[in-house]
Design a protein. Structure first.
Length: 581
């Protein structure tokens, strides 16, 4: 192994290797960066940070490898895939070269370097890999001026837990060198195995370029009744659907599974070619950004619509004429109709879970069906432990994530097939199913206000002061009135979660104000923004009888109270939210 000593030398990592001679493994000195703490879902930064800061990517990747015990790493299998955004291929080249130099024995990589987040989870589990890298900044914009990100998932196929991400961060703060095999270049275009001889003891090193669409489709075939779905989607009297891949990674999965296999006509799928900049769009499946879908649903031609984010884990569900199903309601409806999905007929239902800010609509289904309900902090990683322990079957989040225990990531296409299975069984429209649900259980009105790109200090100061205010004993029992509505505080706290499986405690997971009628106001700082801070206010209020009113009208008094208590506009200089969902 050769060591290069000068940290500031310009190092040409594309060293030539002699034909057929073993590839060199180098140890390269580096200096740490202070800002590589993975947030709620990996490390997300502007592309220019990865491009302009010397060895920024290398440092983080080495920190991940170093966090894995050498005995587990040596000769192991790992998975690599991304959502195809700008910098995806450059990052894969570095990861491959560093994986070889760090003793990994085999890398499974998506064809062209592309693999959706749920497919990575599926492939990690299928190949019994020790973990995998997902190159994505999720729903954040892409292209040279956009964001890039790296998520590290572990052997169960889910995001690494906080103990692991803390370890990665600690290593990144003191890193002095990284290992790399700079002469190793893979061909991402050709399916199949490529073998490389290295000069170190960890040889040979193999790379397998796989068709992840097929692995993932196979998983779904064992969950849903594909014959029934095919009849529903392409038989006589088939329903008309519209799926918007927003130029993210899901396009090839939609084309193969929905169009080729289940027979949907070609116009069912739009924006299905993955693009490095997502066609200049913000690949975030909500009413504000999924405009192509929203517009095409308006005239009532399509019965069902869905949009996906860049890496294929978030989904938005729409009915005819663009009837919007909130992610919280979507989760509750799937829970209430769970046996329309053959997988659950076989496995049974072990438990339901939702993240704390998600509306309590699911709680009512859990109560009625006597199925255990878990309330976790925001972040999919908290569901994985429960699933691994056999305690959880279905879960979701207000942030457009829904999934089951077939993998350990939220799964947008799974959510679409879940909905289609329900529609095929119940033979009702999306709107009728949701309205029936409200009639049966009452309705949880829910909204989220996002204040994006707020000054970080202003946002943190506001949250600190708010926490002090709501932690004071005198805050409980305070009454807030807006017009004829009066709300009395029943409980207020900074949400804390104790994992029922391993008793790990996660603190500071959002500030909650819960009123005596069960309504809730929640304040949280986003863990996925890369520009300044994003402040989120979540409002959830239950109505037993008034169920067909407009959400914003119903929640206006609580929104006024939320802004009054936090002084958010005054503290941040904003006059309104950037996005309302
Ligand atoms: C990530 C996590 C989700 C979580 C969301 C919260 O989503 O995977 O489990 O709900 O972040 O986002 P924020 O902190 O901005 O509210 P993704 O799809 O970005 O990976």
């Amino acid at each position: 192994m050769q060591t290069l000593c000068a940290p500031n030398d310009t190092l040409d990592l594309r060293l030539e290797t002699m034909e057929n001679s073993p590839l060199q493994v180098l140890t390269v000195p580096t200096a740490p960066y202070p800002d590589q703490r993975p947030s709620i879902s990996g490390l997300r930064k502007k592309v220019y940070v990865f491009q302009s800061k010397r060895k920024y990517l290398h440092n983080f990747i080495q920190s991940i490898f170093s966090s894995i015990d050498l005995r587990d790493r040596q000769g192991s299998t790992m998975v690599v895939g991304g959502d195809g955004r700008f910098f995806n291929r450059a990052a894969i080249e570095v990861i491959v070269q560093m994986a070889a130099a760090n003793g990994v024995g085999r890398l499974i990589i998506g064809h062209h370097g592309i693999m959706s987040t749920p497919a990575v989870s599926c492939v990690i589990r299928k190949y019994k890999a020790i973990g995998g890298f997902i190159l994505t900044a999720s729903h954040n914009p892409g292209g040279p001026g956009g964001d890039f990100g790296i998520k590290f998932n572990i052997a169960n196929g889910g995001p690494a837990n906080e103990a692991i991400t803390d370890k990665i961060f600690q290593i990144s703060r003191t890193i002095e060198e990284f290992a790399i095999c700079p002469g190793l270049h893979v061909d991402l275009k050709t399916l199949g195995k490529q073998t490389f001889d290295l000069e170190n003891k960890f040889k040979p090193f193999t790379v397998e370029i796989v068709d992840s669409v097929e692995s993932y489709a196979n998983l779904l075939r064992n969950i849903f009744d594909f014959a029934a779905l095919k009849e529903f989607l392409s038989g006589e009297n088939h329903i008309r659907i519209r799926l918007d891949a927003m130029h993210g990674v899901v396009g090839p999965y939609v084309k193969r599974i929905l169009c080729e296999e289940l027979g949907c006509p070609a116009n069912s799928a739009i924006n299905c070619v993955p693009m490095e900049d997502f066609g200049g769009q913000h690949p975030d499946p909500n009413l504000m950004y999924a405009t192509d879908l929203v517009d095409s649903m308006k005239d009532g031609h399509y019965d069902f619509g869905a949009a996906f984010d860049a890496d294929g884990d978030r989904n938005m569900i729409l009915g005819k004429h663009g009837f919007f199903v909130t992610p919280s309601d979507s989760l509750a409806v799937i829970a209430d109709n769970i046996f329309c999905i053959p997988y659950f007929q076989h496995t049974g239902v072990r438990g339901f879970a939702r993240s704390m800010p998600t509306s309590a609509a699911l709680d009512r289904v859990a109560k009625a069906t006597k199925i255990e309900l878990y309330e976790t902090p925001a972040g999919w990683k908290f569901f994985g432990n429960l699933m691994d322990a056999g305690m959880l079957s279905l879960c979701g989040e207000e942030s457009f994530g829904t999934g089951g225990d077939h993998i350990r990531e939220k799964d947008a296409l799974w959510a679409v097939l879940a909905w289609l299975s329900i529609l095929a069984t119940r033979k009702q429209s999306v709107e009728d199913i949701v309205k029936d649900h409200w009639l049966k259980y009452g309705r949880n009105y829910f909204t989220r206000y996002d204040y994006e790109n707020v000054d970080i200090d202003a946002a943190c100061d506001m949250m600190e002061d708010l926490e002090i205010m709501i932690s004071d004993k005198s805050f409980v029992k305070q009454r807030f009135a807006v017009e004829d509505k009066i709300y009395q505080v029943e409980k207020s706290d900074s949400f804390e979660y104790t994992d029922p499986v391993d008793s790990t405690i996660s603190r500071n997971q959002g500030l909650r104000i819960i009123f005596s009628d069960g309504s809730r106001i929640i304040y949280r700082l986003s863990g996925t923004s890369s520009d300044g801070a994003t402040v989120r206010i979540y409002i959830d209020s239950y109505e037993k009888d008034v169920i067909f009113e407009d959400t914003q009208v119903m929640l206006a008094p609580l929104a006024t109270i939320a802004l009054k208590i936090s002084q958010l506009h005054h503290r941040t200089g904003r006059s309104g939210p950037s996005v309302i969902t």
